[in-house]
Structures are given as structure tokens and as C-alpha cells.
Design a protein around this ligand. Structure first.
Ligand SMILES: [Zn+2]
Ligand SMILES: [Zn+2]
Length: 327
């Protein structure tokens, strides 16, 4: 039997369930979960901000070991360590899949949202969308790389080549991105909740040259700002701190409404864009870079049965770095 923490009703606590360990289908891997990161998207799924099929087992930052191979699965052997990200499957046929933008696929599956994820002792995944994990990372340390790191890295790439980068919301993604941006020779500036001195100290310890509240002005105009906080009100705020031609990148899957703002704040070829999902190429590129930096993730580990506690702490901003569940 396997254990899983599943979302049954939006807003209700996740419930522990037991069920038979599934058989991997054609092209799939059966994976014994060693660690699974807790992402803000899991919170959106649990609270019903994102509506998918229920019940569902959340969790899309999975590190585990292959226990069985489905017919015709390629790339991994029994015993291999493997990472399972948010992008679970794409159609391979739509315009986006055929033009190198599989992150925008019209008929995708997402781990922990439209197929069962890693808040569990076991998970089944399509082998073609899994990644090998660099040896230098422990299981729990590697887990946050698979979404916070990977989709954060895509956001950093879409932010452009500018050197002055603002990070709004200093959680799991920003704590990884600050390290990558600094390694790339950029200047990272961290914006936290107003008065959160601990988060600001944490940001400076990871290479941020400046850290302050999201209501404060950074010490220089930004080439780009990346918003990890799901707060639409921060879009016009960030826009006012971005230079002409600069970008505001919204990296979350869900955000409260963006309030109206003067067109003059956008004028000057400033742009606002969103980042959606990942491509497999993003994953391979980021995991390679993460090992080179090397990124040091700061994790707080909870037993699987305490998934609700981890989600609560994430909701209230009480997690420094990333929360990770271990069965
Ligand atoms: Zn995520
Ligand atoms: Zn597609």
C-alpha cells in the first residue's frame, strides 16, 4: 500500500489516504518518493484558487527513486534517482509543442494539479518529462530546485540580460534565484513583506546587495523586477522602479487583480509579462547551472503527515527558504 495526502475539497485540510501502489503504464516510471517540495501553487490548489479535478494529490517538486518501469519507458533504470517537475505531459502536436514552446501546450498534464503528485510515498510519472538529479544535491535539498528553482530560472531568463534585478517576495524561488543571479554577475535586490527583518537578513546572506520592504525604493533603477508574491498590487509598484525598456515579470500561476495605474508608468517601452510552466530544456539547463553555482537550498523538512502544517506556514510567510515533505 502507499500513503498520500490529498485535496478533497477546496479550502479543507488535506487528508491522508492509503491505496494500492499503482502499476506504471506504458512509458511511465513508478517512483518511491524521497522528498517533495511544497510550492505556493500547492497552496493555490488546496485553497481552490486554481480549479482542477478533485480529489488530487498535490506536489510537483518530487525527488525519488525508480522502483518499476512501464513498458517502453526510456532513459531511466530501476534504482535511479529522478526528479519530477510540474510539467507532467504535453500533446506534442499543438502549435506550441511544435514551435519549442511546450510550456504553453494546449493539452498538457500538470503534476499535482491534473495528475497525482508527490505529497505521497509513491508516484507514477511519464519518464520523458523526468530529470536526472545532479549527485551533489541531497534529496531534500534538490526538491525545491524542481519548481522554485526551475520556473524561477525561466523567469530570470525572461527578465533579460540586465544586471539590476529586483525580486519581490523572498520565498523558495527568490532564495534560489538570488544565488544564481549573483553567480551570473548581476546585482539582486530583495523586496520582502514590510518590516520582515529576518527575511531581509536572509536575502543579504544569499548575495542580495540590498533588501527592504516591498513599499520601499531600491537603491538603483532596476533593469527588471520578478514578482514571486501573488499580489497584483505589486505590479504597478515594481513598474515604477524599472528603467525605460525594463521588464516586470510575473512568475506566479495565480495573482490577485492588478489595480489600474497611469499609462505614463508603462510608457518608455517598459513591459509586463508572465511566465508559465517550464519546458524540458529549461529543466536540463537549470539543473546543470544549479550544480555549477552551486545553489545551496535552505529547507525545512516536515513529515508527509504534516503537509497541512507546512502549507499553513507557507501561507503565513513563516518558512525561510523552502518547505519539503518526506514520507
Ligand atoms: Zn511550483
Ligand atoms: Zn501541445
Amino acid at each position: 500500500m502507499m500513503q498520500a495526502m490529498q485535496v478533497e475539497r477546496p479550502g479543507a485540510p488535506l487528508r491522508m489516504v492509503e491505496r494500492p501502489i499503482p502499476m506504471p503504464g506504458p512509458g511511465e516510471l513508478l517512483i518511491e518518493v524521497a522528498a517533495c517540495g511544497v510550492c505556493r501553487t500547492d497552496l493555490h490548489v488546496a485553497e481552490g484558487d486554481l480549479n482542477g479535478p478533485l480529489p488530487i494529490v498535490p506536489g510537483h517538486e518530487i525527488v525519488g527513486r525508480v522502483r518499476a518501469l512501464g513498458a517502453g519507458s526510456e532513459g531511466f533504470s530501476v534504482g535511479d534517482r529522478v526528479g519530477v517537475p510540474w510539467l507532467a505531459q504535453t500533446c506534442g502536436r499543438c502549435f506550441y509543442c511544435q514551435t519549442g514552446q511546450e510550456n504553453l501546450c494546449d493539452a498538457p498534464l500538470f503534476t499535482g494539479f491534473t495528475r497525482d503528485g508527490g505529497f505521497a510515498s509513491h508516484v507514477v510519472a511519464d519518464a520523458r518529462y523526468c530529470f536526472p538529479i545532479p549527485d551533489r544535491f541531497g534529496d531534500a535539498e534538490a526538491a525545491p530546485l524542481l519548481c522554485a528553482g526551475l520556473i524561477g530560472y525561466r523567469a530570470l531568463r525572461l527578465a533579460g540580460a540586465g544586471e539590476a534585478i529586483g525580486l519581490y517576495g523572498f520565498g523558495a524561488a527568490a532564495h534560489i534565484l538570488a544565488q544564481v543571479a549573483t553567480w551570473q554577475g548581476r546585482r539582486a535586490h530583495a523586496f520582502t513583506r514590510t518590516g520582515d527583518a529576518a527575511a531581509q537578513d536572509f536575502a543579504r546572506s544569499l548575495g542580495c546587495g540590498w533588501a527592504g520592504g516591498s513599499d520601499e525604493a531600491p537603491p538603483e533603477l532596476l533593469d527588471a523586477a520578478i514578482l514571486f508574491a501573488p499580489v497584483g498590487g505589486l505590479v504597478p509598484v515594481a513598474l515604477r522602479h524599472v528603467r525605460k525598456g525594463g521588464r516586470v515579470v510575473c512568475a506566479g500561476i495565480h495573482m490577485s487583480d492588478i489595480p489600474a495605474f497611469p499609462y505614463a508608468d508603462l510608457w518608455g517601452e517598459r513591459s509586463i509579462l508572465s511566465v508559465a510552466n517550464l519546458t524540458r530544456a529549461d529543466g536540463r539547463e537549470f539543473l546543470h547551472i544549479a550544480a555549477q553555482v552551486p545553489v545551496k537550498t535552505h529547507v525545512t523538512v516536515f513529515p508527509l503527515a504534516e503537509a497541512n502544517v507546512a502549507l499553513d506556514r507557507l501561507r503565513t510567510g513563516a518558512i525561510e527558504g523552502a518547505a519539503v515533505l518526506q514520507p
